[in-house]
Design a protein around this ligand. Sequence first.
Ligand SMILES: Cc1cc2nc3c(=O)[nH]c(=O)nc-3n(C[C@H](O)[C@H](O)[C@H](O)COP(=O)(O)OP(=O)(O)OC[C@H]3O[C@@H](n4cnc5c(N)ncnc54)[C@H](O)[C@@H]3O)c2cc1C
Length: 298
Amino acid sequence: MEGPFGLATIVFALLGFPAGVSGSELTQRAGVQALKFGARLAVPAAAVELNSSPGHHEVRLSDGEVATGRSVIVATGARYRRLDVARLEEFEGGGVYYAATQAEAQLCEDCPVVIVGGGNSAGQAAVFLSDRASECRLLIRGDDVGKSMSRYLVDQIERKCAVEVCTYTEVVELGGERELESLTIADNRTGERTEVPARALFVFIGASPHTEWLQGQLAADPAGFLLTGRDVHGDHLAGYNGSHPLLLETSRPGVFAVGDVHSGSIKRVASAVGEGSMAVRLVHERLADPATAVSPQT
Ligand SMILES: Cc1cc2nc3c(=O)[nH]c(=O)nc-3n(C[C@H](O)[C@H](O)[C@H](O)COP(=O)(O)OP(=O)(O)OC[C@H]3O[C@@H](n4cnc5c(N)ncnc54)[C@H](O)[C@@H]3O)c2cc1C
C-alpha cells in the first residue's frame, strides 16, 4: 500500500493552483485544515478491518487502535498501474497523464499524442483526443483491440482515420529535455524499435482500488471498486430493508465511498474532494433516517 504521502512527488493541476501543487503540500494543508475542524488524525496507521452492527461501525487500525462511529467514509483511493520505463516519474504531470479530460486535451492541442492500453478507458481517450491532437497513436500489446474494448468504441476508432492503432507495441523509452518530446516504441515480437513524436503519453493500463482491508464485505464492481448509490443492486440491497442507498453510500447503510475508490468516479483531485464534502452532508441525512438501524449485510 502507498503511504499517506505516497503521491508526494506528483504535481497536480488543480483549480486555484496555477503552478500545480505537490501531493505532500496538498496533504499537509489538508491535515492542518482537518485539525482546525476538530478531526483526530492517526498517522501513520492503515485501516485493516471494518466491523459493523446496526448503526455502529468500527475501523481497526494497524497500530491496534479502533476508531468507532455511526458512519464511515471510505476514501482509500486506488493504485494506478504505471509503465515500467525509465524517466517516467520525471514526466508525470508534464507529458505523462493518467486521465484524458478537457484539461489534458488543452495541454496537447494540435500536438502528437500516444495512448497506451486496450480497454475502454484507452478507447474513450483515443476517440476524444483524436479530434484535438495532430497525431494520435493507440498502442496495444496484443493483436486485436476488439478483444478488450467495447464494440462501439472499436467502431468509432476504426471510422476515425486520425487514430493509428499499433498492435504488438510497447513503450520502451521516453525522450525529451524538460518536456516529453518523443517515445521509442518497440514491436514485442521482433524487438524492432521506432521513435515517434509525442508531447503527451496517456497511460490506461488499469488501476486497482485499496479495498483489500474491507475483505469483500462491501459490494464492488469486477475490478474491485466499491459500488455506491443506484449502482447497488439485487441481493446487495439486503441491508436496506426495502429502502435504497443514498448517493455515495455503499451496500452497507452508513458506510460511504468517495474519490478513486468508488466505481465510476471521475478520478480527479477536485472531484474526490467534492465527493468528500457531499458525503459529509449525506452522512447527516443517513443519521437522521430511521433506516440507519437496518442490518449491516452487504
Ligand atoms: C501520476 C498521477 C497524476 C495525477 N495527476 C492529477 C492531476 O494533475 N489532477 C487531478 O485532478 N488528478 C490527478 N490524478 C488523479 C488524482 O490523484 C486522484 O483522482 C485523487 O488523488 C483521488 O483522491 P482520493 O482521496 O480518492 O485517493 P488518494 O489521493 O489516492 O488518497 C487515498 C489515500 O488513502 C491511503 N490509503 C489506502 N489504503 C488505506 C488504508 N487501508 N488505510 C489508511 N489509508 C489508506 C493511501 O495511501 C492514500 O494516501 C493523478 C493521479 C496519478 C496517479
